[in-house]
Design a protein. Structure first.
Lengths: 517, 354, 306
């Protein structure tokens, strides 16, 4: 019974509507009562494979065998009825409903034609107790913290009889304590005979709790391994293709004399009125990369929105090239030679239904090179598009192709090409390489350093610590809207130390080197 | 041409064919002489010069409102006030044209007034949206009725000719647009319409403002991030779209088809415009072709209605089905996916060879 | 004039004018709660007004006519759902298509059925009867207002309660609200959002059909071309101003009923040209929309403000 295979996915191939091949001949087998890691970089095809397993996507080729019988999983409903549950990275909860309502949603106990509210609360409470989850089921979901939301998600799956539980990057949003707690609960689930697929790219976590690991790269499986028999170095090599080099070859730094950006006592509340940036001050000179690390949601987004003019409601002052931007429009700030690589490329970085060419000029169509009077200069734009496509190695059919038809890495290159092509003085890069292929990421990082060498000031916000370490000259860690740590000697900061600051375990009250004066 | 584009064209053609087919089936059900009716519907417009002229003259208002809607929808504003703008345009052009009789000047003033009133009219939902966040679609639906009853009020109380029933005083001859082709009612408005369609295309695809407008329409937060003023784009696009629709109403009123203002109900060109816009994929350059198709169908239907027992309204059903099928993304999508997957697989193989 | 306005008769007029809009508003509520804007209400009202006349005359029974009409209303909702959910048609354009088809289709069908052009003058249709409920008619004033109202007016008030219980107390209602608020969440627990939205649109179509039937078999006793005259659109506005809740929808619908009734009174007293009076319901909606959304905006700003 020990090694009984409960589920096999054989030779799965999935091509998306825009022609992107997300999975190419991927196979996976799961044993009863194991925690099975699915490891790979963003965009390696993990999520697609799981969507196929959970019935959200249909494979173009391949088969799924559940307990020895081939099955087709037509929908999530189908998956759930077959005992497969999934906890998504972005929580799938209805905010205005209570925890109990969310758990019983779709399988509500009835009294006549109405919902039996008392029984619903009972059922939710008893399943929480059964698995030792400490939750008040009458709370509204919009009012509970992230860690609890995740527990609700797991309970939802268990309540529906899930034997196989897919967890998509469950620790990404959790504090270390919450992560520990989650691990204890996962091990308990394993004891009870549940099979868990644990999607992650955090090697230490996989080492800690997983039995086996399937490693994916570029839509292909690189094999399944017993976790105890493989080192983290080997795993990372399989995942990335080469040993991760922690430092780029960085040229010697030449700082400019004048300060490009000066931020003083910046305080920002978000649209719900929650304090997101708390009395922040820093300086930025040309010729340096200021890295900003931190767990997502600690005010990075609000800080960047304010610096780029997207948010105008703030206290404190922000000066760009010596000018206060309180009354400057986004357009004005852009004309101060500020470039901005946005956090979410599809939401605000491009118009996916317009051509590559049309996406390349939104920051410079007013330049007389590309327009005169009311009219655009079509020929000049065509020519420049082709140059940029070549220079930035954008893989596409032609400049007329819609941006939405490109792969993530190529879309990001379009955005980067646009932002860099104006030769900016300040580059604000928010997650510039998130979810794109290794080649494109390396290309973009190299470009950022070239701009630094040329005397440009770069603010780099990234969740990728390798990236932060290898590019930053100065490094800030954001925690709850403040800098919890600040390092001017990046080479001598350990990942552990950074982690402690990111999680708020360690907070430096006095920050050295944040200001130049 | 990419397979995706080829597929889009194929789907449009098929949609039209299916819509016609369904209409024929309906004709078979409601008519005692179905074959006769279908014959008139399909080849009626070719029967004589006057009918062919009818096709061209009924293209004119469709091109105007179609182009107006293309401009408004390109900014992703579901503003349906084109209907009311057209009505107001006709009304104002009438007010000018019954009082002015300066050759050359009178139609220009009337048309300009029609455009301006149309522009102000479609700007109402846009301004409401900007100042109060009220959904522009619902408010535009409401103001169309205001346009209708306002028009009726003016018709009955201000410009109504006591000697005629629900009709204004006659337009002065100097105000009317000249006929271009003898034996038909094809008038100068046709040239203006084609020019408007081309200008609409140039505006949307060749000017800075048009570029801003389309960026905003496709992704508003991308536009905001790029420093484009969303408010400016919304207001200008709705003003321009309304100007074109209002101008269309004016042109229609000054055409040889009318000698007095007689619109006691909305004519529906605003709704037709949505079909035109859909068929021409929001590109004004294609509106004359889409308008030709609809105008042909209309003329055929009106000949059919005169000669047989089938009414004109069959066309609205055909139009409804066409919209449904043309905008149905998943219609024939299985075929589309196969096409694209085949291309992707072929590319994989190529890479493998390299 | 004040005497006329404060009479039970006047309140009766309000209820009568409210009925079709109320049904359509409830229809819009249930569709919106599931996450879909049902702009096809206008077309469904119009179709139902015609079918009500046709089928009540064929069956010689208002009840059978009503049932058939409601079934067809549900079918139109189903067609809309098929295009929007299966073929991924834009919901607004799909609705415009249905509305166009209704404008032309009703005239065509009427002609084919009876030879009438635009007005169903030769069809002997059966209107829904009026109803007086014994104990209620003894209540002073309210009894006078309610007694003798059309059975469909009574039904529309019952529908408010039924829809409230349905949306907030039944499993299906919970699913509809979950799908409308977070489709992915509902999908993740195996609720087919497509199925739920199908159901919501069919219910929406049925509710609107009641309203359409009332137009030609209660409010008036015949079908006339384009007789829905924008009530489906007004209902969209009313539902959104009522927060897409049945109770809120009732209150806003009553406001529009009041506007229509006032228009009637003003018309009788000829205080204003009748074309201007005809504008009143639309103008009320427009101003209502502006005020409501402006207040919402200010509220949001206050919440996020300093």
């Amino acid at each position: 019974m020990e090694n009984q295979v409960v589920l096999e996915m054989k030779h799965i191939m999935k091509i998306y509507g825009n022609g992107v091949v997300a999975n190419e001949d991927v196979s996976l087998d799961l044993r009863k009562g194991e925690i099975h890691a699915l490891l790979g970089e963003n965009g390696a095809g993990k999520s697609t494979l799981m969507k196929v397993l959970f019935g959200i996507e249909q494979p173009d080729q391949g088969e799924i065998v559940l307990k020895g019988t081939p099955v087709t999983i037509k929908s999530p409903q189908d998956a759930i009825s077959k005992g497969i549950g999934m906890v998504h990275q972005h929580f799938m909860l209805v905010p205005s409903l209570s925890v109990a309502d969310n758990i019983i949603l779709g399988v509500a106990p009835k009294k006549g034609i109405f919902i039996d509210t008392a029984k619903a609360v009972d059922a939710a409470q008893s399943i929480a107790r059964e698995y030792n989850f400490d939750i008040n089921v009458n709370d509204k979901v919009e009012e509970i913290p992230v860690g609890i939301k995740q527990k609700v998600e797991i309970l939802k799956a268990l309540y529906r009889g899930a034997e196989i539980l897919i967890l998509d990057e469950p620790t990404a949003v959790l504090t270390p304590q919450e992560t520990e707690e989650l691990f204890v609960q996962l091990l308990k689930l394993r004891e009870k005979g549940h099979t868990i697929i644990f999607i992650s790219h955090k090697l230490d976590e996989i080492k800690k709790i997983c039995d086996r690991a399937t490693i994916m790269r570029n839509g292909r499986s690189m094999g399944t391994y017993e976790v105890k028999d493989i080192t983290t170095q080997e795993m990372s090599r399989l995942m990335v293709g080469h040993e991760v080099s922690l430092t780029f070859d960085k040229n010697e730094q030449h700082l400019t004399d004048n300060i490009f950006m000066r931020v003083r006592n910046l305080t920002v509340h978000n649209s719900q009125g929650v304090l997101k940036v708390d009395d922040l001050s820093f300086d930025l000179k040309g010729g340096e990369v200021l890295g900003i690390a931190g767990v997502e949601g600690n005010g990075q987004t609000e800080l960047i929105d304010t610096l780029t003019g997207l948010n105008k409601k703030y206290h404190g002052t922000v000066q760009v090239m010596g000018k206060d931007i309180a009354n400057a429009s986004i357009d004005d700030i852009r004309s101060m030679e500020v470039a901005h690589i946005p956090e979410d490329r599809m939401a605000s970085g491009c118009a996916s239904t317009l051509s590559i060419k049309e996406n390349l000029f939104t920051n410079q169509y007013k330049n007389e090179k590309y327009s005169s009077g009311l009219m655009l200069k079509g020929k000049a734009m065509d020519q420049r598009s082709d140059e940029l496509i070549k220079e930035y190695l954008i893989k596409c059919k032609s400049r007329r192709q819609h941006v939405g038809m490109l792969s993530g890495g190529n879309i990001q290159k379009v955005i980067v090409a646009r932002e860099f092509s104006t030769n900016p003085k300040i580059i604000i890069a928010n997650q510039p390489t998130r979810g794109i292929d290794v080649g494109a990421a390396a290309f973009i990082r190299k470009r950022l350093l070239e701009f630094r060498d040329a005397g440009c000031a770069v603010i780099l916000v990234s969740a990728d610590l390798t990236e932060i370490f290898s590019l930053s000259d100065r490094l800030a860690v954001m925690y709850k809207g403040k800098f919890a740590g600040f390092f001017t000697d990046v080479a001598n900061v350990s990942e552990d130390e950074l982690g402690e600051h990111m999680l708020g375990i360690k907070k430096d009250e006095r920050l050295e080197g944040v200001l130049y004066e | 041409m990419s397979s995706a584009k080829k597929f889009d064209m194929l789907r449009t053609v098929l949609s039209v064919a299916i819509a016609l087919l369904i209409s024929f089936v309906i004709i078979f059900f409601v008519s005692a002489q179905p074959l006769e009716a279908i014959k008139y519907l399909l080849i009626g417009p070719f029967s004589n010069k006057r009918s062919m002229g009818n096709v061209v003259e009924s293209m004119i208002p469709l091109i105007f409102t179609g182009t107006g809607v293309c401009i408004m929808f390109s900014a992703n504003q579901i503003n349906l006030a084109g209907e009311g703008a057209f009505h107001m345009g006709g009304l104002i052009a009438t007010c000018v044209a019954i009082n002015m009789s300066i050759p050359g000047i009178s139609p220009i003033v009337a048309l300009f007034a029609a455009g301006v009133v149309g522009a102000l009219f479609t700007a109402i939902p846009a301004v409401m949206k900007i100042t109060t966040t009220a959904n522009e679609m619902v408010s535009s639906l409401m103001i169309n009725y205001l346009a209708l009853y306002f028009g009726n009020y003016i018709l009955n109380n201000v410009i109504g000719d006591p000697a005629a029933s629900t009709a204004s005083y006659p337009l002065t001859a100097e105000s009317q647009l000249p006929v271009l082709v003898d034996g038909t009612r094809i008038h100068l408005g046709f040239i203006i319409a084609i020019a408007v369609a081309i200008l609409g295309y140039v505006f949307l695809y060749k000017t800075k403002l048009g570029y801003e407008l389309r960026i905003t329409g496709e992704n508003e937060s991308f536009a905001r991030y790029s420093g484009i003023s969303i408010v400016k784009v919304i207001v200008i696009s709705q003003l321009l779209g309304g100007f074109v629709a209002g101008l269309g109403g004016g042109v229609e009123m000054l055409s040889p088809i009318y000698s007095r203002f007689t619109w006691a109900s909305l004519l529906g060109y605003g709704w037709d415009a949505i079909i035109i816009c859909t068929l021409s994929k929001k590109n004004p350059l294609y509106t004359p072709f889409a308008a030709l198709f609809l105008a042909y169908l209309r003329t055929g239907a009106s000949i059919m209605a005169r000669r047989t027992d089938v009414t004109l309204e069959i066309v609205q059903i055909t139009q409804g089905i066409i919209i449904l099928l043309v905008v149905a993304e998943q219609f024939l999508s299985g075929y589309r996916h196969k096409l694209i997957a085949r291309e992707a697989k072929a590319e994989l193989k190529e890479e493998g060879v390299k | 004039m004040w005497k006329a306005i404060l009479s039970p008769d006047f309140f009766g007029t309000i209820l009568r004018a409210t009925t079709p809009i109320l049904f359509a508003t409830l229809a819009s509520c249930v569709a919106s709660k599931s996450g879909i804007t049902n702009m096809a209400l206008e077309g469904i009202l119009l179709f139902s007004a015609l079918f009500g006349v046709i089928f009540s005359s064929i069956t010689h029974s208002w009840l059978l006519g009503l049932i058939i009409t409601v079934v067809i209303g549900g079918l139109i909702g189903l067609i809309l759902a098929f295009f929007v959910l299966n073929l991924k048609t834009d919901e607004i354009l799909a609705a415009i298509a249905i509305n166009l088809t209704a404008t032309g289709g009703t005239v065509l069908l009427l002609l084919a059925f009876s030879g009438d052009r635009g007005v169903s003058s030769s069809i002997r249709s059966v209107s829904a009867p009026s109803l007086t409920i014994p104990l209620i008619d003894k209540i002073p004033f309210i009894g006078q207002v309610l007694s003798g109202q059309n059975i469909l007016t009574w039904l529309s008030l019952v529908a408010v309660i039924v829809m409230h219980l349905f949306l907030y107390k039944t499993p299906l209602g919970l699913s509809i609200r979950a799908v409308g608020e977070n489709k992915n969440a509902a999908e993740s627990v195996g609720i087919s959002s497509r199925r739920i939205q199908y159901i919501a649109l069919v219910i929406s179509g049925c509710l609107a059909a009641f309203g359409g039937f009332f137009l030609s078999g209660g409010y008036m006793n015949m079908f006339t071309k384009d007789m829905s005259s924008g009530r489906g659109f007004i209902a969209l506005a009313a539902a959104s101003m009522g927060g897409n809740t049945p109770i809120g929808g009732l209150l806003v619908s009553l406001l529009f009923g009041l506007a229509s009734a006032l228009a009637n009174v003003m018309q009788l007293m000829s205080v204003m040209p009748y074309e201007i009076i005809l504008m009143v319901p639309y103008l009320t909606t427009l101003i209502g929309l502006g005020v409501y959304y402006y207040a919402q905006k200010k509220k949001k700003e206050r919440l996020s403000g300093k």
